[in-house]
Write a protein that binds this ligand. Structure first.
Ligand code: ADP
Ligand code: ZN
Length: 214
């Protein structure tokens, strides 16, 4: 199964990933995680991406497409993947169509207030990238990851100014992808306004139904 997760920053694409990849036995490929890993290791790619990311801007298409193309050319992607955060622009979607056969695109939808609340309270594990939230998905021990014991941090681009910019970029550059994939007949929409910490079963059911039904 080759899936694309579409939807606004903060809608929960990364949060639902764990259960989705388990059920379909596929890889979680997040371009945001790839960039953060490169920034942590100070690679050439990481240094290039950092200035854009911290301002809430998109990393240029040629850099992002190159990174994803290389990743999808590896053997371990043959069994399928959950592509989270890519494509985010029409040129990225057009490029992807040339090197990948996507089975389904899930468009996650939540209200604006919900999105803002999710982004501003989000905490990420430094070690494994797991996602928590100060109110919605509280870790068992404050500041510590439930899965690996790593330290949780507040992303630099989850500050009010970057959040505003990212949502604006989403409206302008990423939203057109909804029609792009609707026209291809592979888009499914899923409402995710509920709190995932409290309504996990309900929300996962909805997501799995959207993935499984033609
Ligand atoms: P979120 O979905 O919460 O915005 P991500 O972790 O997916 O966070 O992305 C973080 C940042 O990484 C984005 O704001 C952008 O700067 C960069 N990025 C991620 N994916 C892409 C992409 N497909 N194209 C360009 N930039 C990207
Ligand atoms: Zn962790």
């Amino acid at each position: 199964m080759k899936l694309i997760a579409l939807g606004s920053p903060g809608v929960g694409k990364g949060t639902y990933a764990k259960e989705i990849i388990q059920k379909y036995n596929i890889l979680h490929l997040s371009t945001g995680d790839m960039f953060r890993e490169n920034m942590k290791n100070n690679t050439e790619l990481g240094i290039k991406a950092k200035e854009f990311i911290n301002q809430g801007k998109l990393v240029p298409d040629e850099v992002t497409i190159g990174m994803v193309k290389e990743r999808l050319s590896r053997e371990d992607t043959k069994g399928g993947y959950y592509l989270d955060g890519f494509p985010r622009t029409i040129p990225q979607a057009e490029a992807l169509a040339e090197f990948a056969d996507i089975d389904r695109v899930i468009n996650f939808k939540a209200d604006h207030e919900v999105i803002i609340q999710r982004l501003s309270g989000r905490r990420i594990c430094k070690q494994c990238g797991a996602i928590f939230h100060t109110i919605n998905i509280i870790p068992k021990v404050e500041g510590v990851c439930d899965s690996c014991g790593g330290e949780l941090y507040h992303r630099d681009d989850d500050q009010p100014e970057s959040i505003k910019k990212r949502l604006q970029v989403y409206e302008e550059e990423t939203k057109p992808l909804i029609n792009f994939y609707k026209e291809k007949g592979i888009l499914k929409e899923v409402q995710v306004n509920e709190d995932f910490g409290k309504n996990k079963e309900l929300m996962l059911n909805r997501i799995f139904t959207a993935i499984d039904n033609n």
